[in-house]
Design a protein around this ligand. Structure first.
Ligand SMILES: Nc1ncnc2c1ncn2[C@@H]1O[C@H](COP(=O)(O)OP(=O)(O)OP(=O)(O)O)[C@@H](O)[C@H]1O
Length: 357
């Protein structure tokens, strides 16, 4: 396994890029620590596959370098990078048995039969497919095929990194959670560096210790699932993560305070100086109905099981709240309060308040 460093990486699919918009990857500087469980999370088109293909060597970056530990691999082809990859669709040999499928990556590299057997047995046990080892892969269900595909990615213990590219796409929704937690458990057992690419926040947050959030060819935040929830560094992260996402509300800064719809709102801490468009960020979990606060009208109440998701209008702006217990009915007038230590200020998208100490 290796530490992977991406240094000043940029990539354009155009031969003659002129503006920043011509780059699918704008400027990436990132270190993936040896043995870490990472997710690369972002919406379709943000550059995840481009970044993955650059790490695996399928694509040469327009600028920048890739290091595996201290070795510069930027110009090495994929087969010399020693990477295992698990794709959206299972890559297995239907005519072979499950055992031979799992053994294939090892036999291909001339690993001795005894070690092949030990490793296949171990991985099959971890994946709970031991009873399938003698079966032909053709007869397996799609989720079992994908399990075997994952096993093929994990069977070698000498790879630099295992990369998963949306591996649960073909899995039935009710089986997804099982495989998701299985992968997390596998990481804890094998301790390989793993990068899991997805546009699904649940998959990313379940699997990864560190989540790298991408938007429009840039990394907007790298952090633990708790960091991303509690202190999004960018409004995109606040909005993209959470269900529903963070409320992002226009505000004015004046007289040393932040004003939303004409009312002053207490922030978590002092705001940095600067020009630019300012917004308040507050998660629905920290909006409540109180005796004093912003005048609002309830426009929608959705019972989603454990709690209600309530939408309220403050002036012409909608604010979402997650409320438990008694909830006001649609059309009623209420006062909304924001929990001050969870109320952040953003300027041009980026966080601009200091955390309360
Ligand atoms: N071969 C290509 N030629 C030209 N442009 C490309 C090519 N591949 C990707 N792009 C563009 O680069 C940008 C990033 O695409 P990329 O496939 O890396 O995103 P992604 O996050 O992996 O999306 P998805 O989740 O849909 O696969 C997009 O604007 C896309 O249109």
């Amino acid at each position: 396994m290796a530490q992977i460093t991406l240094s000043n990486l940029r990539h354009s699919y155009s031969a003659t890029p002129k503006t920043r918009d011509d780059y699918a990857l704008k400027e990436i500087d990132l270190t993936w620590e040896d043995g870490g469980a990472y997710a690369l999370l972002g919406p379709s088109g943000c550059g995840k596959s481009t970044l993955l293909n650059i790490i695996s060597g399928l694509l040469n970056p327009s600028e920048g370098r890739i290091l595996f530990d201290d070795t510069d691999v930027t110009s090495l082809p994929p087969d010399q990078r020693n990477i295992a990859q698990v794709f959206q669709f299972p890559v297995i040999y239907d005519t072979m048995t499950v055992y031979d499928n799992l053994a294939f990556p090892l036999r291909n590299r001339g690993v001795a039969a005894a070690k092949v057997d030990a490793r296949v047995t171990e991985i099959a046990d971890m994946l709970e497919v031991t009873d399938m080892l003698g079966l032909r892969a053709a007869g397996l269900s799609p989720d079992n095929k994908q399990k075997i595909s994952m096993g093929r990615g994990l069977v070698r213990d000498d790879v630099n990194v295992v990369m998963f590219d949306e591996p649960l796409t073909v899995i039935d929704p009710h089986l997804k959670w099982k495989l998701r937690s299985k992968l997390k458990e596998l990481h804890q057992r094998v301790r390989a560096t793993m990068i899991y690419v997805t546009h699904d926040q649940t998959e990313a947050l379940t699997f990864a210790d560190q989540v790298v959030v991408m938007q429009d060819g840039e990394i907007v935040q790298m952090g633990t699932p708790v960091d991303l929830f509690e202190r999004p560094q960018h409004t995109f992260v606040g909005h993209f993560i959470g269900s529903p996402g963070m409320n992002i509300l226009p505000c004015d800064l004046r007289d040393g305070g932040a004003f939303f719809q004409g009312e002053q709102v207490a922030l978590e801490g002092p705001a940095s100086q600067g020009d630019g468009e300012t917004q308040i960020g507050i998660r629905p979990e920290f909006v409540s109905i109180a005796d004093q606060g912003l005048d609002a009208t309830i426009t929608k109440v959705a019972d989603v099981g454990r709690h209600n998701v309530v939408e309220a209008r403050v002036g012409d702006i909608e604010v979402k709240a997650i409320l438990e217990g008694d909830t006001p009915v649609k059309g009623s007038s209420v006062k909304l309060a924001f929990r001050p230590d969870q109320t952040r200020l953003y300027r041009d998208g980026w966080i601009a308040t200091e955390a309360a100490s």
